[in-house]
Design a binder for this molecule. Structure first.
Ligand SMILES: [Zn+2]
Length: 351
C-alpha cells in the first residue's frame, strides 16, 4: 500500500507509479511541520491532524509515517542476502524537503511519545508556563524557556532566554499580556453575522469562475437533452424513422456522458461546504481569549498554534510573529475596519 498522502496508480500502458493524494498529502506535510516546530507533543499533532479532512490515521501508523523516507522523495531498499539496507532516490514526487525530514528525525530521537514532552525532553506539565518554547527571545532569537526561583519571601516565575543573553520576564505578566493579545482576534457575538456575510461574499466572488464553468456545462447538457426529446417527439409523430432517432440519440449520448463526467470533476458546489466550515471557524475564534484562559495546558498550546503557526517574539511588551493564520488575520482586519476596537489590552494590574 502506498504511504498516507500517496496513491498507487497505473498509466494507460500499464506502468505502475505513485501519485500524490489530497487532502492526505497536505495533512502529512502539516504534521511534519508541526512536529519539527516542537510546539505540541507528537501524539497530539496526530489528533489535530485527524480533525482535518481526509483519512484518519492510527498512532502507530503516524509514528511510522514520520520516519518514512518516502516523504522526502527517497526509497528504502531492505537488506537482502548480500546487499545491505540502503536508501536511494525514488521516482515519486517528494512532499517535504530532506531538511524538514531530518529535523523531525531529530525531534523523534530526543523524546518519547508516551509523555507529553517537548523536543529536548522537557516535560510540559507546568501549567504556569503555557508559552514555554513558543516564545522567542527579542535579543538573540533563541527559545524562551521558563523556571522559578525562590526569593527571600516568595517564589518568582520567569520566562527567560535559553542562551546566556540574560533576557527574562515575569511569567504571570507575560501570560496575561498574551491573553489580551488573543482578545484582538475575538469578537462579540453581535458581529458574528456581519463577519459571516463579509467573508462569505469574498469567497463567492472568488468562486464565481467555478460556478460559471458549471453553468456552461449544465446549459449544454440541458440543450442536448432537449434535442433528444425533440427527436423523440418527431419519431413518435412519424416524422423520422426509428434508425434516425437512434442515430441522433447515440450521437448526443457520447457528448452527454463526457459532460456529466466533467461536471462531476468540478468540485461540488463549494458554497454549501464553505458555510459549514466558516461557521465552525467563527465558533473557534468567537471567544478565543476566554477559551484559552479556561483551557488546560495542551489545549492552550493548540489554540496558540491554530492562530500563530510560527513562534512569537516577545519583546517585553508585545508579541510579533512572521506568520499568522489567515483567517484570524482577516478577522483582525475586518474588526479594525468595523471600528469595533475595545481597549482591552490596557488592563495590567497585577493579579
Ligand atoms: Zn536571548
Amino acid at each position: 500500500m502506498a504511504p498516507y498522502g500517496y496513491i498507487n496508480k497505473c498509466t494507460e500502458d500499464g506502468r505502475k507509479y505513485v501519485a500524490i493524494k489530497e487532502p492526505e498529502a497536505s495533512n502529512i506535510i502539516w504534521a511534519f511541520k508541526q512536529v519539527a516546530k516542537g510546539h505540541l507533543p507528537t501524539a497530539i499533532v496526530r489528533v489535530e491532524m485527524n480533525k482535518r479532512d481526509g483519512r484518519n490515521i492510527s498512532l502507530n501508523a503516524f509514528m511510522e509515517a514520520l520516519k518514512n523516507v518516502a516523504y522526502c522523495g527517497k526509497l528504502l531498499l531492505r537488506a537482502n542476502g548480500k546487499e545491505e539496507e540502503k536508501i536511494v532516490e525514488g521516482k515519486h514526487e517528494p512532499l517535504i524537503s530532506e531538511e524538514l525530514f531530518m529535523k523531525v528525525q531529530n525531534v523523534l530521537r530526543r523524546k518519547g511519545t508516551k509523555d507529553l514532552r517537548l523536543p529536548g525532553g522537557k516535560a510540559i506539565n507546568d501549567e504556569r508556563y503555557p508559552l514555554r518554547g513558543i516564545l522567542l527571545c527579542p535579543t538573540c532569537g533563541n527559545n524562551l524557556t521558563a523556571s522559578g526561583s525562590k526569593g527571600r519571601k516568595k517564589h518568582y516565575y520567569y520566562y527567560h532566554c535559553s542562551s546566556a543573553c540574560g533576557f527574562r520576564h515575569n511569567s504571570d505578566l507575560v501570560n496575561e499580556l498574551f491573553e489580551s493579545e488573543l482578545s484582538k482576534y475575538e469578537f462579540r457575538p453581535g458581529i458574528r453575522k456581519i463577519l459571516n456575510t463579509i467573508i462569505l461574499q469574498n469567497f463567492k466572488s472568488v468562486s464565481s469562475t467555478i460556478k460559471d464553468e458549471r453553468s456552461i456545462i449544465t446549459n449544454r447538457i440541458n440543450a442536448l437533452n432537449e434535442r433528444i426529446s425533440k427527436a423523440r417527439d418527431m419519431f413518435l409523430s412519424d416524422k423520422i424513422d426509428e434508425d434516425d432517432f437512434r442515430d441522433i440519440k447515440n450521437r448526443y449520448k457520447v457528448e452527454l456522458d463526457e459532460l456529466k463526467e466533467k461536471l462531476g470533476l468540478i468540485k461540488k458546489s463549494p458554497e454549501s461546504e464553505i458555510e459549514t466550515k466558516l461557521s465552525l471557524a467563527l465558533d473557534a475564534v468567537i471567544n478565543v481569549a476566554d477559551r484559552y484562559r479556561n483551557a488546560n495546558l495542551i489545549d492552550k498550546r493548540a489554540i496558540v498554534g491554530s492562530i500563530f503557526p510560527e513562534k512569537l517574539t516577545f519583546d517585553g511588551t508585545s508579541f510579533r510573529t512572521a506568520k499568522m493564520n489567515s483567517f484570524a488575520k482577516s478577522i483582525f482586519l475586518i474588526k479594525k475596519e468595523l471600528g469595533g476596537k475595545k481597549k482591552r489590552g490596557s488592563k495590567f494590574e497585577k493579579s
